[in-house]
Design a protein around this ligand. Sequence first.
Ligand SMILES: C[S@@+](CC[C@H](N)C(=O)[O-])C[C@H]1O[C@@H](n2cnc3c(N)ncnc32)[C@H](O)[C@@H]1O
Length: 276
Amino acid sequence: MSRVPVYEIDWLEARWRFDHEARDQGLIQHALAFLAQSDDPHIIDLGSGYGANFRHLHPEIPYPHRWSFVERDERLLAQSLQQIKIELALQATNIQVEGKHHSLLDPAWMDILNPGDLVTANAVIDILPESEAITIFQKILERGCAFLATINYLDMAVFPAHPLDEKVIGWYHQHMRQVQSGGGSMGNSWEQSLVRLRNNPQIQFLQAPSIWEIQPGDQAIQSHLLGFMEEAIGEMGHSLEDSEAFQLWLTHRIGALEAGKLSMRVFHQDFLALPS
Ligand SMILES: C[S@@+](CC[C@H](N)C(=O)[O-])C[C@H]1O[C@@H](n2cnc3c(N)ncnc32)[C@H](O)[C@@H]1O
């Protein structure tokens, strides 16, 4: 079974603080040093959602610049632009923003790339199919742009440990790769898929961990994550035995969440690729 996921604002807002705290500041400063060399500083944010990259990065750019948001979800794009324009009006800054309603899988969006642009993508690489992600990566660098891709999912751990953790998290990863996004998303295999590009001597490739540290009091995000796992694993058509095992695990995890005893670590990596 396959479906195209819709990203709700309450989920994007719930994850904002965790992304914000986990992002690697060293890579961001490298990326902004690249942007600062441009005569026409332009950031192109892929899969911009509700504007998380804008909100994280623009306070760190003290000069006039432009943003283009490339997003396939028209409703989310319109809502984020409306919110960003309100914030910009209050700040009286010299920042221009525009929305591009496009799928990243349609190469037409790449027409806006110019040398010296910074392309960003937060929590997007792992939901793309491998061949399209490789094309996007190569085109960005061929055009003389830098690519900052943050919060790329690798793995998770749930505490206190449970004997079924490995099995359940393995199913969740399988779902990411095979079911989500109409099938064929890279999921947590993105690192292997991009390794060839990472070893290309024509580019400078920097990578750093960006880990969510979810504490027992962070019940809202825990509840989102358990809900995603329940939905994902429910779509996989498991045997009765495996479905019962999952329900056992989930009941145990919800009990711990409600008792304020659940914590989680979600492992991501950020990377920055700079053209030679
Ligand atoms: C996990 S959300 C991240 C949103 C935002 N970057 C953030 O950090 O909050 C993934 C975003 O990518 C968008 N997206 C997924 N596939 C896409 C595609 N093929 N083309 C354009 N946008 C896409 C989704 O609509 C969603 O807004």
